[in-house]
Design a protein around this ligand. Structure first.
Ligand code: GLU
Length: 305
């Protein structure tokens, strides 16, 4: 393919600005609708709540606030504004409603960015109390951590440049350069089911997107939720193609042995789904993608092991 130098320079600029935009949320971004702070739901703090059987909760009580793992470069889901340090998105709202149910003011949450490949370790070594960040529940991960939920059902999809006409689904990826995040289920599925694709991994999807914009890769694959956010930032450059080709039930990661915390979070999710908070949170975050709020999936309160 012939590419002029100017074309490349423009793309490099675009990639640099996308990184900046993804990193910085509203500051200087194109007119993508973002949640306005006054539109965000307010979650009622259950100040009398106690959970003495949970070592994680007890530790947080002594500390005075929760430490929650999240993503910081996934528009609509978990995004950090470096100017203010504030996190926003659907996952962040889920983290906040759960905090309120556990008796901690959501404004006091200390968020920590944890990449896909590091989530299990972060929960195992007590770096975070729980994790809310496009985290698929599956049996392999359940050997290492516990999951409350699911609270949303995503599906693996593909992001390509708008000038791409050959890729419509995973069947078109033979010999194509495809990027995903290390340790993610979309990466593992590509490796297993589409071995003829030329797969590369980075720590984060935003680096994959930079590589897509500069023609280093031909597609980025992960959940539709995440890809829709990147496409919305630069709709003239990027598009999501095809139908989702997996089921990714999102759970809240907890330390594996802390069943008391897991059950409390299951109860809290059910409560906020029922009282309308879940839908309100969806509408002002992921709902901005144009997809109306679905019914949340049934919570799987699996027994303590
Ligand atoms: N939901 C998938 C996973 O948990 C992809 C998104 C992510 O990497 O966070 O692996």
């Amino acid at each position: 393919m012939h590419r002029t130098r100017r074309h490349l320079a423009v793309l490099a600029l675009l990639a640099a600005s996308l990184t900046a935009l993804v990193a910085c949320g509203k500051e200087g971004s194109p007119p993508v609708k973002g949640p306005q702070p006054d539109e965000l739901p307010v979650y009622q703090v259950q100040s009398a709540f106690q959970l003495p059987d949970s070592p994680t909760w007890e530790r947080a009580r002594k500390r005075g606030h929760l430490v929650v793992g999240a993503k910081e470069d996934q528009p609509y889901m978990g995004e950090k504004d470096p100017a203010t340090g504030k996190y926003s998105g659907f996952d962040i709202e889920i983290a906040k409603m759960l905090s309120a149910s556990l008796g901690f003011d959501p404004a006091t949450i200390s968020f920590r960015t944890i990449a896909s490949a590091n989530r299990e370790t972060a929960l195992q070594n007590g770096q975070i109390d729980y994790y809310v960040g496009t985290y698929t529940i599956n049996d392999n991960r359940k050997k290492l951590v516990g999951f409350a939920g699911p609270y949303y059902m995503a599906g693996q999809s593909l992001l390509v440049r708008t000038d791409e006409n050959d890729i419509h689904g995973p069947q078109d990826l033979d010999g194509k350069r495809v990027c995903s995040a290390a340790g993610s289920t979309p990466y593992q599925r590509m490796e297993r089911d589409y071995p003829k694709a030329d797969l590369v991994a980075y720590d984060t999807y935003s680096v994959c997107v930079d590589n897509l914009l500069t023609y280093q890769v031909d597609a980025v694959t992960t959940d539709d939720t995440i890809l829709m956010g990147y496409a919305a930032k630069v709709p003239n450059e990027l598009k999501v193609v095809g139908k989702p080709f997996s089921k990714e039930p999102y759970g809240v990661g907890v330390p594996r042995s802390d069943n008391a915390l897991r059950f409390a979070l299951d109860d809290a999710l059910a409560f906020h789904e029922k009282n309308g908070d879940w839908k309100k949170a969806y509408d002002v975050t992921l709902g901005l993608s144009g997809v109306p709020a679905p019914q949340p999936p049934a919570i799987d309160r699996y027994p303590a092991s």
